[in-house]
Write a protein that binds this ligand. Structure first.
Ligand code: FMN
Length: 478
């Protein structure tokens, strides 16, 4: 089953022990952010904050998807599903035929319960939180997405691009030129001197948010339908020619200006650092705000692992890589991007049937659309459990030759890599590294290939079975 409405998902979180409802007043100025940060670092339940200082009637939901239990629930699966089980379900749904959205009449769309136009549309009426101390302002949009449209072919894009409140009518934020929304703005609207209509969706249902933050190969409206296995319900905006999810909590409509940029940031980022300085960035001028009664502003607090940005981006980037490698006929056995790496390190399991297969894997993924977002690939053999960090570290430290197994490449990177100098970041420099953790194929299995000393590898099958069958009788817990 799919949650079409964030409020139904909140009930599911509660039922699974993944929600804490806070009735005492919480300050939008740092206190709410600090609660969400601690929850992320503990991989804990999401806080639903029912009373926000200065904002009667408004609520916050923090860290809505920042652990695998919540991700499983969002897919309508058992909270205890394993990561490979969730991955298998995601791959199955996102390989099924696209499902187009449906349009609801305005009267049936909860996001139209309150409509603020003209002078009444004031960003300070919404409880934008001061997420981290040192942020350049109040960030209203941290778990949300921005809807835009290609002016030539009408393709709609949903992308999660952060937005800071600049004044009561203006937000600012980075619209990176290699994001899909950024490509259309920098490549089409800006050169033509035209403003790009936008709608920011705050408090979307979980699967729409997952689609908007994923490197989806098809329009997110249809990708969401695939994840939901049913159409997502949209409704027309009031002032721009765009459509938004009908059950979302808050919609902000307006235009991104082509001829002006204003300061934004700094902000605590997904790498776990505050890397990019306050700088001139895209300007979102607002025209209207619509919202549900007692709206719930969703907050993601980026910082050290694990926030939902790291978890979901790792998950979707890794699985899009798996599809890409399989489409090239490379015999991968699985792909797992570690959220703890802030989606910088991906582990690829492969049946190493020909020499230099690791190089082929690295060049394929680094050279793809996914390349700018990460810089480390580890290739392991099909016997290594890619989800088991103990086995992955063991493979890296024992099978990767420091001279022959490590390969450096140049590529495109994000301006947020903390290890780059400020000058390198401006140029989107993206050094990449491959750790080939497969043993050479031409080693003699008897005399050269080291034999793995593990329970599965060094005991005869009948002894393994005997020990496993007697495990509880010996006194161990299974
Ligand atoms: C919480 C969060 C905040 C993000 N902020 C930005 C941002 O400010 N700018 C950006 O270009 N990408 C940002 N990203 C990454 C994009 O959401 C991601 O690249 C997504 O695929 C964009 O959609 P697109 O592929 O349609 O461009 C963010 C991701 C998350 C999860």
């Amino acid at each position: 089953m799919a949650y079409l409405d964030n409020r139904e998902f909140i009930k599911a979180l509660d039922a699974a022990g993944e929600l804490v409802t806070i009735e005492q007043e919480v300050d939008w100025d740092l206190e709410a952010g600090a609660i969400v940060r601690k929850v992320c670092e503990e991989k804990g339940p999401s806080p639903l904050m029912n009373k926000i200082k200065d904002y009667p009637g408004h609520r916050y939901l923090g860290a809505p998807l920042a652990n695998y239990r919540k991700l499983a629930l969002s897919m309508g699966m058992d909270a205890d599903s394993s990561i490979p089980q969730i991955a298998e379900e995601y791959l199955k749904r996102t390989s099924s035929p696209p499902i187009k959205p449906v349009l609801l009449p305005k009267e049936e769309a909860p996001c139209k319960e309150n409509i603020l136009m003209g002078e009444d549309a004031d960003l300070f009426l919404l409880p934008g939180p001061m997420v981290h101390e040192g942020d350049g302002g109040r960030y209203l949009a941290t778990w949300h997405f921005v809807v835009t449209k290609d002016p030539d072919n009408g393709d709609v894009n949903w992308g999660m691009y952060r937005q800071m409140v600049y004044d009561r009518k203006t937000m600012t934020g980075p619209l990176l030129p290699f994001s899909d929304g950024g490509k259309v703005f920098h490549g089409k609207y800006k050169p033509r001197g035209e403003a790009m209509p936008f709608a920011t969706v705050i408090g979307p249902d979980p699967l729409s948010a997952i689609a908007a933050s994923a490197p989806s190969p098809i329009p997110e409206t249809e990708f969401t339908g695939m994840l939901m296995q049913q159409p997502v319900s949209l409704v027309k905006c009031e002032t721009v020619d765009l459509e938004v999810p009908a059950y979302a909590e808050i919609i902000i409509e307006g235009e991104i200006l082509p001829d002006v940029s204003l300061e934004e940031g700094p902000f605590g980022e997904y790498t776990g650092y505050r890397t990019s300085p306050r700088d001139l960035r895209a300007v979102y001028r607002i025209k209207a705000i619509t919202h549900r009664n007692n709206p719930i502003t969703t907050i993601s607090n980026m910082g050290i692992p694990t926030d939902e940005g790291q978890l979901l981006r790792s998950f979707s980037l890794g699985l899009e890589m798996e599809k890409l490698l399989r489409s090239q006929g490379i015999p991968v056995t699985g792909v797992y991007m570690l959220p703890e790496s802030t989606h910088h390190l991906v582990v690829v399991g492969v049946k190493a049937i020909y020499t230099n297969i690791a190089t082929q894997i690295a060049q394929t993924v680094f050279g793809s659309k996914l390349g700018p977002w990460f810089h480390m690939v580890m290739v392991v053999d099909d016997k290594t459990d890619i989800y088991n960090v103990d086995e992955v570290i063991h493979a890296l430290s024992t099978r990767c030759h420091p001279i022959n197994g490590i390969h450096i490449y140049q590529g495109v990177g994000t301006p947020l890599y903390p290890f780059l100098s400020a000058a390198e970041r401006i140029k989107s420099v993206g050094p990449k590294v491959l750790f080939d953790c497969t043993f050479p194929l031409d080693w003699d299995p008897l005399n050269e290939l080291p034999s793995l000393v593990s329970f599965k590898n060094v005991y005869p099958k009948e002894i393994q079975e005997k020990v496993l069958n007697n495990w509880e009788k010996y006194g161990f817990k299974s």
